[in-house]
Design a protein around this ligand. Structure first.
Ligand code: FAD
Ligand code: SF4
Ligand code: SF4
Length: 478
């Protein structure tokens, strides 16, 4: 049934139902249930079809949200899918894991007093339906081009670029040091936010489109970067950022203190059916342990919620600021609280206690001071505010920095910023090496899937321009 729009006055916001907490704690399946057709249409009809849609302005991909909401409300789902997929390479993934409260939904301007349209859930529903109905087709080109492209990194940035370039007819080769495609979407983000089958489904489609994946291909290791450059007409570096920020303090080297990504990758691999030594020998498995996770971002939230599902005895999150100042999405904090995670706000680790392995974290209470130059309140320790938290697994989730790419790639001339991210021209996305482009976290620093997709789509346009200009120049010179 086609619905009229602007129903927000009478229809309250309804997000997709969550599975019961007891079920959630026992498995790694996604926690949100699917919208059904009536609910999706009803919720879409709450949109007031703003003349200046702030939701769209604050979506990194400038998705045409009002249009696909209207089409969904009218039951015209295939058209909604066409509109939604025109600007987003992986809409069903963004619908699941974008921090909508900070992006589209956080800027939805339904009149004050009414809650936002559930944009992410509708976006997910449209594309999940499109897959079910067989509307999602591999992006095969209409004609083939002779030029080939080498993409290092099969994360969302590399994949979005690969998809766009393949549609244009290029011979696209994607190289990744892992044995599966997806980057952090497959090995970082846990299944309860993004089930692995969703990522694998995309991998299959990209292969069907004719993209060639070279897995277990460590560029800078087994294959030299120069060799790769010589094989392709242009190269994209989309390698993400993987160097964990560390923590200082006595006892920090004790066994039982582990980096977040080692822990999450082990859990994801185990879920995918791999034999993972760190899981089997217990060193990266929270079962039966008192777990303390240090950090307040989304990675920390993923760690605490993974530990709950592995059957930890207790799970605490130690964060030096308060809840209002957490960098992580509030939606994820709420989910973690519901699942039994205990947050220790305004507390920072001082030392790690134990003989053969960690047994406790010695922490100190903090208070918020005056805002610094960036406007963020500083944190200061409270004198005498020490306390111990029992812990036999401590997970460090303090963020990531780029690896030393010029050194890794044996390309000392490759220019980097003072943060170690790759320097690119702001318009062409080209690095200082001719024909070498870069996109995603390796340019922005640790960011979001939706931004990596945006960068991947944008860089593809620039690589196309570059290769066509080169082709014209070659013909002219002949
Ligand atoms: P990546 O996804 O990191 O992919 C880079 C790829 O390059 C990897 O597959 C890697 O194996 C490969 N690679 C690296 N070096 C080499 C080499 N030398 N040779 C060959 N291959 C190489 N974002 C969200 O939007 N929502 C979330 O909920 C969310 N949760 C997150 C949870 C965790 C735990 C983490 C760590 C991040 C999360 N993010 C989330 C951030 C998001 O995953 C990243 O911003 C995004 O994946 C970056 O995409 P990318 O393509 O730049 O890099
Ligand atoms: Fe919102 Fe992300 Fe979808 Fe954009 S891509 S509409 S920010 S959920
Ligand atoms: Fe609809 Fe909200 Fe976007 Fe306005 S801001 S067009 S109400 S979704």
């Amino acid at each position: 049934m086609a619905r009229r729009m602007l129903q927000f006055i009478t229809l309250p916001q309804q997000t997709p139902d969550k599975r019961a907490v007891t079920q959630r704690r026992a498995d790694f399946a996604e926690i949100y249930q699917d919208f059904d057709a009536p609910r999706a249409a009803e919720q879409s009809s709450r949109c007031s079809q703003c003349g200046v849609p702030f939701c769209q302005i604050h979506c990194p991909l400038s998705n045409n949200i009002p249009d696909w909401l209207k089409l969904t409300a009218e039951g015209r789902l295939e058209e909604a899918y066409e509109v939604s997929s025109a600007t987003n390479t992986f809409p069903e993934i963004c619908g699941r894991i974008c921090p909508q409260d900070r992006l589209c939904e956080g800027n939805c301007v339904i009149e004050k007093g009414f809650e936002s349209v559930t944009i992410g859930a509708v976006e997910r529903y449209i594309t999940d339906t499109a897959f079910e109905m067989g509307w999602v087709k591999p992006g095969k080109p209409r004609f083939e081009r002779p030029e080939s492209v080498g993409i290092v990194g099969a994360g969302p940035g590399g994949l979005a670029a690969a998809e766009a370039l393949r549609r244009l007819g290029y011979q696209v080769h994607v190289y990744d040091r892992h044995d599966r495609v997806g980057g952090l979407m497959i090995y970082g983000i846990p299944g309860f936010k993004l089930e692995k089958e969703i990522v694998i489904r995309r991998w299959r489609l990209l292969e069907e489109a004719g993209i060639v994946f070279h897995l277990n291909a460590d560029i800078g290791g087994a294959m030299g970067f120069d060799t790769l450059r010589a094989m392709h007409d242009s190269v994209l570096i989309a390698t993400g950022v993987y160097r964990p920020r560390d923590i200082a303090g006595p006892g920090v080297g004790l066994p039982g203190i582990v980096p977040a990504l080692d822990y999450l990758m082990t859990s994801n691999r185990q879920g995918l059916g791999d034999d993972v030594p760190g899981f089997d020998d217990g060193s990266l498995n929270a079962a039966g342990k008192n777990v303390v996770v240090i950090g307040g971002g989304d990675t920390a939230m993923d760690c605490v919620r993974t530990a709950v599902r592995q059957g930890a005895n207790s799970v605490k999150c130690l964060y030096r600021r308060d809840k209002a100042n957490m960098p992580g999405s509030m939606r994820e904090v709420k989910n973690a609280e519901e699942e039994g995670v205990e947050f220790v706000w305004l507390a920072a680790p001082e030392a790690f206690l134990g003989d053969d392995s960690v047994t406790a974290v010695r922490a100190t209470r903090m208070h918020l001071g005056l805002p610094d130059a960036s406007g963020r309140q500083s944190v200061e320790p409270i004198e005498g505010g020490h306390f111990n938290l029992p812990a036999d697994l401590v997970i460090k989730a303090l963020g990531f920095d780029p690896e030393d790419l010029p050194q890794m790639f044996g390309a000392p001339d490759l220019a980097v910023t003072r943060w170690g991210t790759l320097k690119v021209d702001s318009k062409s996305f080209m690095t200082n090496l001719a024909g070498v482009f870069a996109a995603g976290d390796i340019v922005r620093g640790a960011s979001l899937v939706v931004w990596a997709i945006k960068d991947g789509r944008d860089v593809a346009v620039q690589m196309h321009t570059y290769m066509q200009q080169n082709a014209v120049a070659t013909i002219a010179a002949e």
